[in-house]
Design a protein around this ligand. Structure first.
Ligand code: PEP
Length: 252
């Protein structure tokens, strides 16, 4: 059985104080959520303070990115996986569409970041997804499998087994336009069958594939009903503790 993951991406929102306040409010609201893993991803500057306040709780902390570098050194502006572990992170989001579109994160760069995260024992949450133009052109599956092929290049099956994949159609992120459960399920099933062909059915059956794109308390339950949707990566609706907690408790 795949344990669902509900992850919140706080993007470039919240000061340290605001992040700590939200995390502290969230903690008791989800303390009995044994049915899923709960992860939040504050900005880098808040990671340590948030992780300290969540120590011993069931809420894990993710970074929103990770350096591709394996050794400390002259890499201005970078933060290594080692440093993220030191700050209390267990997970790292890699290849979010905002980084791909706005900051030039190529598949080759994402591949190096994935390797670095795995090297330091962080669980990568690898994002993939097509734009609206690509979907309208009938290329959604091709785009997603190309991303995965390139992002996972050279990784062993054991390494891939440690990754969480997040399918996030770009047209659904921050737009209020959610993929229907049928559209999401279709892509998740495609991703799982692609993984199966590449790394074997055992690995594909065990890998968690999250859906992301305008997930809200109102639509999470029907998304989670789809057999290949193993959780959600949530942006906007994760910023308020109560709304995120309602998503975590999608099962009632
Ligand atoms: C995201 O940032 O990963 C995301 C899915 O955002 P939103 O939930 O706001 O669409």
């Amino acid at each position: 059985m795949r344990k669902p993951v509900i992850a919140g991406n706080w993007k470039m929102f919240k000061t340290i104080g605001e992040s700590v306040n939200t995390a502290v409010s969230l903690k008791p609201l989800v303390s009995n959520a044994n049915h899923c893993e709960v992860v939040i991803a504050p900005v880098f500057t808040s990671l340590k303070s948030v992780a300290d306040r969540l120590e011993g709780s069931n809420v894990k902390v993710a970074a929103q990115d990770v350096s591709d570098q394996l050794k400390f050194g002259a890499h201005t502006g970078e933060i290594s996986g080692d440093m993220l572990k030191d700050a209390g992170c267990s997970h790292a989001i890699i290849g979010h569409s905002e980084r791909r579109a706005m900051y030039g994160d190529s598949d080759a760069f994402i591949n190096r970041k994935l390797r670095a995260a795995l090297h330091f024992g962080l669980t990568p949450i690898l994002c993939c997804g097509e734009t609206l133009d690509e979907r309208d052109a009938g290329k959604a599956e091709q785009v997603v499998s190309d991303q995965l092929e390139n992002d996972l290049t050279g990784l062993t099956a054991d390494e891939v087994a440690k990754i969480i994949i997040a399918y996030e159609p770009v047209w659904a992120i921050g737009t209020g336009r959610t993929a229907t459960p049928e559209q999401a399920q279709q892509m998740h099933a495609y991703i799982r069958s692609w993984l199966s062909g590449k790394f074997g059915a055992g690995l594909a059956d065990g890998l968690r594939i999250l859906y992301g794109g305008s997930v809200k308390p109102e639509n999470i339950a029907e998304l989670m009903n789809a057999p290949d949707i193993d959780g959600a990566l949530v942006g906007g609706a994760s910023l308020e503790a109560e709304s995120f907690a309602r998503i975590v408790h999608y099962n009632g």
